[in-house]
Ligand binder design. Structure first.
Ligand code: FO1
Length: 321
């Protein structure tokens, strides 16, 4: 049985995984999920990327938004607002609240996030093994100009992404706590026993980059000696979704499919898929020592996404031949 490890962020990672399950129905898929986007609100621990993967694969996602629950209502948020309790800029729905209550309750009882995630997944049955990158607290912060002062200030990633809509230049992206975090149980073992490692079209800085910032994960992938293939989240010089250009600029990377491949580097990536719109970037990526193919990379539906996953697995086979 083929063992596939995927390093996933939120919406892009989750949708890719849905296609991968169609493309490789027999495979054992382990997802290492980004937890740098996690935020504590109203005394609750919210894990947006883990939840997005869990709801998307488990059939509970709001399809239009790509995050949060289907059939959602916002009575609790409105009631909190009536008490003047915020933040109101983060849309936590009533159904979603239940997930965060269960998670926080279990964590307070002493369970690590990896066990809690497994417990939540026993309801959603996502059909993959979903592991947080770490059980330790890591929070991505973004350094921006302080609009009220001369200097700069760090804001939580969700505040930058959701409240500020990435409207200010990001001077730096810091995964606070990552340097002393340990990979969650099962992560290094899954990588060591993988047949292939995939980087879905997730944000290379705040999603895949944060996972790789947990000491041991990058090294385990490099040492596993298995093909590592990524799919570009940048098509035609712009992010397919989200505001990845803002955080790419913070790490000095151009918003092009080739620049993102070079950012990961040939020490990490063996293969890279770019969209057909970026076919002219193939030579540049190959010159950087990374095998590259141009194929359609728009996740318009499950079949188009499954075709992308098949191309990624075919490229993995090719580089390992
Ligand atoms: N994204 C938004 O643009 N606005 C929101 O109010 C919002 C709330 C939210 C609540 C729970 C959750 O799991 C995700 C949520 N997201 C929201 C998505 C999230 O901010 C980001 O897209 C990811 O963290 C980036 O991967």
């Amino acid at each position: 049985m083929q063992r596939i490890v995927v390093l996933a962020g939120g919406i892009g990672g989750a949708r890719f995984l849905r296609g991968l399950k169609v493309a490789a129905p027999e495979a054992e898929i382990t997802v290492v999920g980004n937890t740098g986007d996690d935020i504590h609100l109203f005394g609750l621990k919210v894990c947006p990327d883990l939840d997005t993967v869990m709801y998307t694969l488990g059939g509970g996602i709001n399809e239009e938004q790509g995050w949060g629950r289907t059939g959602e209502t916002f009575a609790v948020k409105e009631e909190l607002g009536a008490y003047g309790v915020g933040p109101q800029w983060f849309g936590l729905g009533d159904r979603d609240f239940a997930t965060h209550i269960v998670r926080t309750q279990m964590i307070s009882a002493g369970y690590p996030l990896s066990d809690v995630t497994q417990a939540l997944c026993s309801r959603w049955e996502p059909g993959v093994r979903l592991l947080p990158m770490t059980d330790d607290r890591v929070e991505t912060h973004v350094l921006v100009d302080d609009p009220e002062g001369e200097g700069r200030k760090a804001v939580h990633f969700q505040e930058y992404w959701v409240r500020m809509r990435a409207g200010a230049d990001a001077h730096a992206v810091v995964p606070v706590g990552a340097e002393s975090a340990k990979p969650a149980p099962g992560v290094l073992d899954a990588v060591a026993h993988a047949d292939v490692v995939l980087f879905p079209p997730s944000n290379p800085v705040v999603s895949v980059g944060t996972i790789l910032a947990v000491p041991g994960i990058r090294e385990a992938i490099a040492e596993a000696g298995v093909p590592v293939v990524g799919l570009s989240p940048i098509v035609g010089g712009a992010p397919v979704r989200g505001m990845a250009d803002k955080v790419l600029a913070a790490v000095g990377v151009e918003t092009t499919a080739a620049a993102v491949a070079r950012h990961y580097g040939s020490g990490m990536l063996d293969g890279w898929l770019v969209d057909t719109a970026d076919a002219s970037a193939v030579d540049e990526v190959e010159e950087a020592g990374i095998r590259c193919r141009a194929v359609p990379l728009m996740m318009t539906d499950d079949e188009a996404t499954a075709a992308m996953a098949r191309e990624a697995l075919a490229l993995a086979e090719e580089v390992s031949a």
